[in-house]
Design a protein around this ligand. Sequence first.
Ligand code: HEM
Ligand code: HEM
Length: 120
Amino acid sequence: MAERFIRIAVLYLSVGVCLGLYMGISQNFTLATVHVHVLLAGWLSLAMAGVIYRLYPDASTTRLEQAHFWLHNLGLPAFMLGLGMMLTGHDLPVLLPAGATVAMLGFLCFALNAWRRIKA
Ligand code: HEM
Ligand code: HEM
């Protein structure tokens, strides 16, 4: 399962750096917050989770890990789409808060899983 986190993390990396390059070339920073979250909440957070799951196999293959993966990867794209639409003036009311909430629940599943399964 750790590999799944890393493989999807590199997809966020690819999208995030393309958006960064587009912003730099066009000098249009409207979507900077999308760039930041695709890279920090997508690439870095998921890659780090993948490494942690590999390092601590007891935390891997749990229901919380599954919930983390799906909530994070359903919530974050919705959050980013909703945020991008809001920032460009095409607000779609529920998408942003719903996506952000689902992504946050994914982060909390990861936190709870790590807290329970990684012993000091
Ligand atoms: C080829 C790769 C990248 C390009 C071309 C790029 C480009 C940019 C640009 C144009 C901005 C907006 C700067 C501004 O508002 O003045 C920015 C902001 C930012 N980028 Fe990137 N970026 C790249 C990769 C990354 C990566 C890999 C990360 C993190 C893992 C990252 C994190 C950030 C953050 C946190 C900000 C916000 C900085 C702030 O608000 O002061 N970027 N980037
Ligand atoms: C569900 C998860 C998250 C939500 C709902 C969220 C929400 C937000 C919001 C509302 C802002 C302010 C945006 C603005 O002022 O335009 C923000 C900024 C920021 N967040 Fe998050 N965030 C989340 C996760 C994360 C994570 C995991 C990281 C880093 C690992 C992160 C890094 C940042 C940074 C660096 C900024 C400043 C960006 C800038 O200056 O453009 N966020 N976030």
